[in-house]
Design a protein around this ligand. Structure first.
Ligand SMILES: [Zn+2]
Length: 309
């Protein structure tokens, strides 16, 4: 496609990406409700929990249907929570933001399917973690597998491979590993599929080890009750999934930014007299927000440092 053609359909693409995000958000609403309750995602079809009225196609249009129905079931007039249209809008906005930033940063479009999948998975994980204080394996384990398959199918989606010298691509640890491997590392560079697989596995391993080590240290160093609350194993698998999609460097930045944001949020809560520094708030939503920031702007500490100089 010519650049001018692309420019001419760009406004339409913006709208389509937002709408696609809203549709995904509608599905995520089902995931967030049913997955922690052990219910099937497909059966029974969506229905009003009060009167059992089956939701018809026109009642299932993201955001629009809720507005048209005035936030009420069309059969029994029971209220439908505003969190449904809000979840759909949040998903639409996040998809659009990730897409917009990828365009602005001139990222290869091959990153988008992986970024979109991760965006949806993180949104579901963060909402479930916030409400139920668990992150289901049904989100993180398929995510890990998909990231690996995607890296094999499309090695050009790995930024560490396509832009190894760009500080925003997060290639530092991968480059270090390849250098340390010597001739094997040089040979690896000749086989994009193998290099992409190594980048993906390194990301998953670094995410897993970083947070598992932190959780272990938390249990050893802090009082038992507090230590147990510091890090759940679901968080460990979530960061491993983030690493598998975004690479090893991203794990470090995501963990640091999430820890800072979590600490600040805890400090605010304490100032407001709502609990201790580390109590109550699960870590998953902070990891998700930090990963969104990485997908949107890349190496944010690099940007911060550059701004300071
Ligand atoms: Zn009803």
């Amino acid at each position: 496609m010519l650049a001018s053609d692309f420019e001419s359909i760009l406004p339409l693409l913006h709208v389509m990406v937002f709408c696609f995000g809203c549709v995904v958000g509608s599905f995520l609403n089902v995931v967030v409700w049913r997955l922690p309750r052990g219910e099937s995602l497909l059966h029974p079809p969506s229905h009003c929990p009060l009167c059992g009225h089956g939701i018809r196609a026109w009642e299932n249009i993201p955001i629009v249907s809720w507005l048209c129905l005035g936030g009420r079931c069309s059969a029994c007039k029971a209220g439908i929570s505003i969190r449904y249209p809000l979840g759909e809008a949040a998903s639409g906005l996040l998809f659009w933001l990730i897409w917009f930033c990828a365009l602005k940063r001139h990222l290869p479009l091959a990153v988008l399917p992986a970024y979109f999948y991760l965006t949806g998975a993180l949104l579901a994980a963060a909402q479930i973690d916030r409400t139920h204080k668990i992150i289901p394996d049904a989100i993180t384990l398929p995510g890990l597998l998909l990231a690996f398959c995607w890296s094999l199918a499309l090695p050009t989606s790995r930024l560490a491979l396509v832009a190894p010298d760009d500080p925003h691509s997060g290639a530092m640890l991968y480059n270090g590993l390849v250098d340390a491997m010597g001739e094997v590392g040089i040979a690896l560079g000749q086989v994009p599929i193998a290099a992409a697989a190594v980048d993906c596995l390194l990301g998953a391993a670094v995410g897993f080890v970083l947070l598992a080590a932190l959780g272990y240290a938390g249990k050893r160093l802090l009082p038992e009750r507090l230590g147990r609350e510091v890090m759940g194993f679901g968080d460990v698998k979530l960061l491993a999934m983030i690493g598998a999609f975004l690479g090893a460097d991203a794990c470090i930045y995501v963990l640091l930014a999430a820890a800072v944001a979590g600490f600040l949020a805890g400090a605010c809560r304490r100032l407001l007299g709502q609990g201790g520094l580390l109590s109550a708030w699960p870590f998953g939503p902070f990891l998700a927000m930090a990963a969104y920031a990485w997908m949107a702007i890349g190496n944010y500490f690099f940007i911060l440092m550059r701004g300071l100089h």
